[in-house]
Design a protein around this ligand. Structure first.
Ligand code: HEC
Length: 495
């Protein structure tokens, strides 16, 4: 028995030596090839961004293009910087699974360490058939007017109203937003609002927020005017007639959403479709991030038509408690105060240097049975983590999503593989922490308090959910936002 073992061990080391060419590289590394082992992972988890014309700066379609990146890929996957948006794998099962398994990471590490070998082309899986630019196959496409994105500085979050291409009620299975220049579009969203006569189409408008030289929102300013480019000088902003613009900042989440690499929501997957009512206008919201090169972006919106469904899936936004005024987080008062005054700002004040500030929770009570299909995370540069927890009427609690390492570059929407049934009386609590200390690499200035605002260096906590209800149900009757007071709403979860 003993001899046998020794013989085996010798054989094993011989094999090892032979395969590694004597260089001491472990055998597993030498066996890993691009075509057989790495390409399938790239197709599944990387090429949605890493191919020409998409958000990432380099393509991972071919061996030649990928080879120089082998070392960088090893670092990116072991630090979990790439692919972006991975969640805590303990919770939830999502259609687009951004998280690499430990085995996949090991394969990529071994490939890089083993000399990034190409291998037999016959081992390669067939290439993925990406539809040029689009991920869906839209039946109808419209285009927003071109917008000049400067090389540097900042662009306020802007809205453009467009007519819908539909004369009658239209049911769609996908709404896909396709930026002209993905590298400068941080995210984009569309929502549909009832048409109003006199509306001005195709004009970019934004709030004229006063900012200091660092771009930080000057405190205690009046409600900013709505502005657009001046007709006589397109470098300057002039006030617009607000009556000609409507449905901006609807606060209801987005019906169609784009973020780099994302796949548009397929309503048909959930046996639903989305209704664009006759006589609607489209509001497209664009968040540009100048990236060092001046470019002109023209964003397109593509619609894939669907038959009329029995059930619909709608997006609804949650917002943190206590927006009504200085004291209402504590005493339940709903007294409204002027927006942007010092007292209201205190409601969402992240103290300078605080590494783990807990925002007011965003709560929702479900007043009727429904089904949850989609969850989304939206914070800015100080965002640290976000957790969704359900509290069922029988007292059971369930964490349904946990993002432990939020990265503001990526605005992720997570679509559940199987919907979660929500009985009447269920509560949802979303909590988020923020890191306003120097340990947050995105923090431009850990020495200032940070307040609620639209820009990346101001803060937001804007989760939203997609709920499925029968076609004729009014969602506002299904849910209540932030009812009661936060301490009694959920006694046992959230810290
Ligand atoms: C959602 C889009 C997206 C996906 C999916 C994605 N990447 Fe990236 N990747 C980017 C973008 C954008 C950049 C450039 C900006 C940056 O470094 O964040 C990048 C940069 C990189 C870099 C350079 C990092 C550096 O530090 O310079 C590497 C390496 C990389 N990605 C590897 C991968 C690998 C491997 C995968 C799949 C396992 C992947 N990426 C998936 C968008 C993506």
């Amino acid at each position: 028995m003993r001899t046998l073992l020794i013989v085996c061990a010798c054989l094993f080391s011989l094999v090892l030596f032979a395969q590694s060419g004597g260089s001491g590289v472990p055998s597993t590394a030498a066996q890993v090839t691009f075509n057989k082992h790495v390409l399938p992972i790239l197709q599944q988890k990387c090429q949605s961004c890493h191919r020409p014309g998409e958000a990432a700066p380099m393509s991972f379609l071919s061996y030649q293009a990928t080879r120089p990146w082998a070392r960088a890929m090893k670092t990116a996957v072991t630090t979990r910087k790439m692919p972006p948006g991975g969640l805590n794998p303990r919770y939830g099962d999502f259609l687009e699974d951004y998280t690499l398994t430990d085995k996949q990471i090991e394969t990529m590490v071994n490939w890089a360490d083993g000399g990034a070998v190409e291998g037999d082309p016959g081992d390669a899986p067939p290439p993925v058939q990406w539809v040029e630019g689009w991920r869906s196959k839209p039946d109808v496409v419209i285009e927003a007017p071109p917008f000049d994105v400067p090389a540097t500085g900042w662009v306020e979050n802007l809205d453009i109203i467009l007519p819908t291409p539909f004369k009658r009620d239209a049911w769609v299975r996908t709404i896909e937003i396709r930026p002209g220049v993905p590298a400068v579009v941080h995210h984009a969203g569309v929502r549909f609002v009832p048409h109003r006569d006199g509306v001005e189409y195709g004009v970019p408008v934004w709030p004229d927020i006063k900012r200091d030289e660092n771009g930080v929102h000057v405190p205690d300013q009046e409600k900013p005017a709505l502005v657009s480019f001046c007709s006589d000088d397109s470098k300057k902003a002039c006030p617009v007639d607000e009556k000609q613009f409507h449905g901006l900042n609807g606060g209801g989440g987005f019906d169609g959403f784009y973020r780099p690499g994302g796949t548009p929501l397929d309503y048909a997957y959930y046996g639903t479709a989305y209704l664009i009512p006759a006589n609607s206008d489209i509001v497209i919201n664009l968040h540009y991030n100048p990236n060092g090169r001046a470019v002109t972006d023209a964003t397109k919106i593509g619609f894939t038509l669907a038959p009329e469904p029995a059930r619909q899936l709608r997006m609804v936004a949650l917002s943190p408690r206590g927006r009504g005024g200085p004291g209402d987080r504590d005493n339940g008062s709903n007294e409204l105060t002027e927006r942007n005054n010092a007292a209201e700002r205190a409601w969402f004040r992240i103290p300078a240097g605080d590494p783990n500030w807990l925002a007011p929770p965003a709560d929702m009570l479900f007043d009727a049975d429904t089904e949850l299909a989609v969850m989304s995370i939206h914070m800015h540069e100080r965002g640290k983590d976000m957790t969704y927890t359900l509290l069922y009427p029988d007292g059971r609690t369930e964490v349904i999503l946990n993002q432990p390492g939020y990265d503001f570059n990526w605005q992720m929407t997570y679509n559940l593989r199987n919907t979660i049934k929500i009985p009447k009386g269920t509560k949802l609590r979303v909590i988020a922490h923020y890191n306003n200390s120097a340990s947050n690499r995105y923090n431009r200035n850990p020495n200032i308090d940070v307040y609620w605002g639209e820009q990346s260096w101001e803060e937001m906590m804007a989760p939203w959910v997609g709920l499925i209800v029968n076609r004729d149900v009014d969602l506002n009757k299904v849910l209540v936002r932030n009812p009661g007071d936060e301490k009694t709403f959920v006694a046992r979860i959230g810290q």
